[in-house]
Design a protein around this ligand. Structure first.
Ligand code: A2P
Length: 344
């Protein structure tokens, strides 16, 4: 017998990708249930060659469900995840609601898989912020080799990170520019079509945004609390795929060639780094792919042991849905959960 798995937020960008990835990877599920708000009840979503009817998260009984992949936003997660966990169903949550809770493991399977064992305290496991996930996949093997002291990251984040409404806004504004209609901005604070916006999530007291803070807090929690991280997070008019320009200062010596060889062998990483026209990755090419791509690896001569790299990944996949499914696989492969129906 396989597992019973629920997707909460199944009608959203990440929820739909979770369904695709579960199907693609042949996750050992006997039953998959799609959940969303009462607005979506009765609508359908695709799961492989099947369609699933959407049920109401609010009234769903999780007592015979083993895993809930939750991507319904922070407010819904704060409301529902503890109750779901108490029903003995492990929640893998994509929002930021639980990431900084000391009793909730924050996991990227390529980086800190052993930390998953701590999930039993709340039955909740957090999935990191999309920008952090791809960043730590690239940093981990370099940190293991030469010990990272400091990271300066600038992100170029696609509109799909802001959900379906973000994608619609870029599409509608781009169309409006061409047909000379008025431009409406609802999801973003300024026009996103043919523009970039240096503001993601709310402002904090120190002038940074919450998105920027997440990158440093989550990198410390998953990789090493001693690493210093500073970030500028920017929204760009790209539909899918986040890019990052990353400057890294190491404790020990590391050359660009060594870094290239290390990253070539590292789990989840793919190096595309020919120093010629087009010999690098762009976010458009990362869409629909699982890898964290690394290009433009070069030494930074302005510090003692420094490198610059360009990191790109599909934010809906490694940055969200794929990582969540990989965490579920980790639970199954390590025998940390048993299917309830089999156990009964
Ligand atoms: P719905 O489509 O019924 O509103 P995205 O981030 O792409 O906009 O998707 C958000 C997902 O989270 C959608 O599936 C949405 O469902 C779901 N969602 C948002 N708020 C709630 C809620 N309070 N209860 C259940 N599902 C929710």
């Amino acid at each position: 017998m396989g597992f019973k798995i629920a997707i909460a937020g199944a009608t959203g960008n990440v929820g739909r990708e979770m369904l695709n990835i579960l199907s693609e990877r042949g996750f050992p599920a006997d039953e998959v249930v799609a959940l969303a708000s009462s607005r979506s009840v009765g609508t359908e979503v695709s799961f492989g060659d099947k369609t699933l009817k959407v049920h109401n998260l609010d009234t769903y009984d999780f007592s015979d469900t083993d895993i809930c992949l939750m991507s319904a936003g922070g407010a819904a997660s704060l409301k529902y995840s503890p109750k779901i966990g108490q029903q003995g169903c492990v929640v893998i949550d994509n929002s930021s609601a639980w990431r900084y809770d000391a009793e909730v493991p924050l996991i990227v399977p390529e980086v800190n898989p052993d930390a998953v064992e701590g999930f039993t305290k709340k039955n909740i496991i957090a999935n990191p912020n999309c920008s952090t996930a791809q960043l730590v996949v690239a940093l981990k093997p370099l940190h293991d080799h030469a010990k990272i002291k400091r990271v300066v990251v600038s992100t170029y984040q696609s509109v799909s990170g802001a959900g379906k409404e973000g994608m619609d806004e870029l599409f509608n504004q781009t169309r409006a520019v061409f047909v000379a209609d008025p431009i409406e901005s609802k999801k973003f604070t300024k026009r996103i079509a043919f523009n970039v916006i240096p503001h993601i999530d709310v402002f904090m007291e120190d002038g940074y945004t919450k998105e920027e803070w997440k990158v440093l807090a989550e990198t410390k929690k998953m990789l090493d609390p001693k690493i210093k991280v500073t970030c500028t997070a920017v929204r760009v008019p790209v539909f899918i795929g986040h890019s990052e320009s990353v400057n890294i200062e190491f404790e020990n010596e590391i050359t660009a060639d060594e870094a290239r060889d290390i990253l070539r062998e590292a789990p989840g990483c793919q190096v595309i780094d020919k120093q010629e026209n087009g010999g690098y990755i762009t976010p458009y090419e990362s869409a629909g792919e699982d890898a964290t791509y690394i290009s433009r690896i070069r030494e930074d001569a302005t510090v003692e042991n420094g490198l610059n790299i360009w990191v790109v990944s599909d934010n809906l996949r490694k940055g969200a849905a794929l990582n969540a499914v990989q965490i579920a696989e980790l639970l199954v492969n390590r025998g940390l959960i048993k299917a309830k129906k089999q156990a009964a």
